[in-house]
Design a protein around this ligand. Structure first.
Ligand code: ARG
Length: 269
């Protein structure tokens, strides 16, 4: 039953997204639905966060354009979305930085309130983690050196691939039976390819585009390896907080705010 409700929610959300992307007329018409509900009795994790007056997020800021360090400050699409969410919840945003593989364990151990790290919803993660509605559908891509004999996924057999530790790229490559070199930092996974330690680097598509630079000698192969719906991650007992954040996500999709944030980073979602 829960699954059906979740599927329905996703369907409604996707429809809302399409509607918002298709027409600009909706933009800015309705005021916050979440705000309308603020009179209702607040319980559980939502009450806890409101009482504390802060929302503590766990992030690995090596994942542009979603979260990245700029002059020591964490910036990016997800940080912008979180700032709006915090504003609507009436709490302060507190950012805790860590390696990606520490994010989900930290959420499960309740050290932080929300995992904000371009986190892909997977059935395996859903066993231990509660996810918000997805707000973007990404994909994984293969990055190789220019002129590489690897032209697609099928050519990876018998090759060595770099990935970031704890990511869906790592699980995916292992499932494919590839030899994986996992790095805590995304930049090191890239460097392994530029320095010929591996034959390919598997990483999420928008991050690959952002991290490739003139003169790298690297190319992104056409064809997406997986589909990666991104969402925010919570401990299992955070239902009330997730429900409230979902309302805000739907609102920001409908009124075009999420689209606007992507556009700010030069991306057409
Ligand atoms: N989407 C992938 C996953 O969930 C990679 C996320 C990496 N995020 C980061 N902030 N480095 O496993």
């Amino acid at each position: 039953m829960k699954k059906i409700i979740a599927l329905l929610l996703v369907a409604v959300f996707c429809f809302a997204c399409l509607a918002a992307c298709g027409t600009e007329e909706d933009t800015g018409t309705s005021e916050s639905q979440a705000a309308d509900n603020s009179e209702a009795e607040v319980t559980g994790k939502l009450a806890e966060v409101k009482k504390a007056g802060k929302l503590v997020i766990a992030t690995s800021p090596d994942f542009p354009p979603f979260e990245n360090l700029e002059g020591g400050e964490v910036v990016g699409i997800e940080i912008d979305i979180m700032n709006i969410i915090c504003e609507k919840l009436g709490v302060e945003l507190v950012i805790e930085q860590m390696n990606f593989d520490a994010v989900l364990p930290g959420i499960q151990a309740k050290k932080f309130d929300v995992g904000v790290s371009g986190i892909t919803i997977t059935p395996d993660r859903e066993k231990t983690t509660l996810f918000s509605l997805p707000y973007y559908n990404a994909a994984q891509v293969i990055v190789v050196k220019e002129g590489s004999e690897i032209k697609g996924k099928d050519d990876l057999e018998g090759k060595t691939v770099s990935v970031q530790t704890g990511t869906t790229a790592e699980t995916g490559c292992k499932e494919m039976g590839l030899t994986c070199q996992a790095f805590e930092a995304n930049a090191d996974a890239k460097a392994a390819l530029t320095t010929d330690k591996v034959d390919a680097w598997v990483v999420d598509n928008l991050t690959a585009i952002e991290m490739l630079e003139e003169g790298d000698g690297l190319v992104i192969l056409e064809g997406e390896v997986t589909t990666e719906p991104y969402a925010f991650a919570f401990a299992k007992d955070s239902e009330t907080l997730v429900t409230e954040i979902n309302k805000i996500i739907v609102e920001l999709s409908k009124n075009g705010e999420i689209k606007k944030i992507f556009n700010k980073y030069g991306i057409e979602p």
